[in-house]
Design a protein around this ligand. Structure first.
Ligand code: MN
Length: 202
């Protein structure tokens, strides 16, 4: 069973004005499609074929750059689309809010730390909110398409929120202004989805 490019859970213009339609179109239809196709090519005929993407990433041989880059790209974008919503923004509630307050002091402190991690990632990469067994949350950043599920990368927890800071994620609308893109990202975060990810992973 080959991996399939997931459908976006909303139309390509749904996140306007925060994330523009042109960026969504090329990002999903070209970049994410490319990672998906190259992942399938990289695992075809190997013992990775038929495994879940989580299983592949958790047990990854980090010297296998084709699976590292494209398996990461496949998983990371799948999560990224789902943690955004045209009805997003605001703040989390319930046990996720409690975990964030416990780890960072307040939502505002979390936001500052997350934006700082994403803004400070030199070159291409991602910033994450991860959860560890027991429910403790942590922020980290990783280069390229690396992902915290991979051995020895980032927080080492399960990512429940991620933001793509590759230039392809924001350059058409924001050019070099990555901080403006990150502020806009907070207007579309789907906290219900992140809370659901938290509940499953903690
Ligand atoms: Mn991307």
């Amino acid at each position: 069973m080959a991996f399939e490019l997931p459908e976006l859970p909303y139309s390509k213009d749904a996140l306007e004005p925060h994330i523009d339609q042109a960026t969504m179109a090329v990002h999903h239809d070209k970049h994410h499609a490319g990672y998906t196709n190259k992942l399938n090519a990289a695992i075809e005929g190997t013992d990775l074929e038929g495994k879940t993407i989580e299983n592949i990433l958790i047990n990854l041989d980090m010297s296998n750059s084709a699976v590292r880059n494209n398996g990461g790209g496949y998983y990371n974008h799948d999560l990224f689309w789902k943690v955004m919503s045209p009805n997003g923004g605001g703040e989390p509630t319930g046990e996720l809010a409690e975990a964030i307050n416990s780890a960072f002091g307040s939502f505002e402190d979390f936001k500052e730390k997350f934006i700082s991690a994403a803004g400070g990632q030199f070159g291409s990469g991602w910033a994450w909110l991860c959860v560890h067994e027991g429910g403790k949350v942590e922020v980290c950043a990783t280069p390229n398409q690396d992902n915290p599920l991979m051995p020895g990368v980032g927080c080492g927890g399960t990512p429940i929120l991620g933001v793509d800071v590759w230039e392809h994620a924001y350059y058409l609308k924001y050019q070099n202004l990555r901080p403006d893109y990150l502020k806009a990202f907070f207007n579309v975060i789907n906290w219900e989805e992140v809370a659901s990810n938290y509940a499953k992973a903690k």
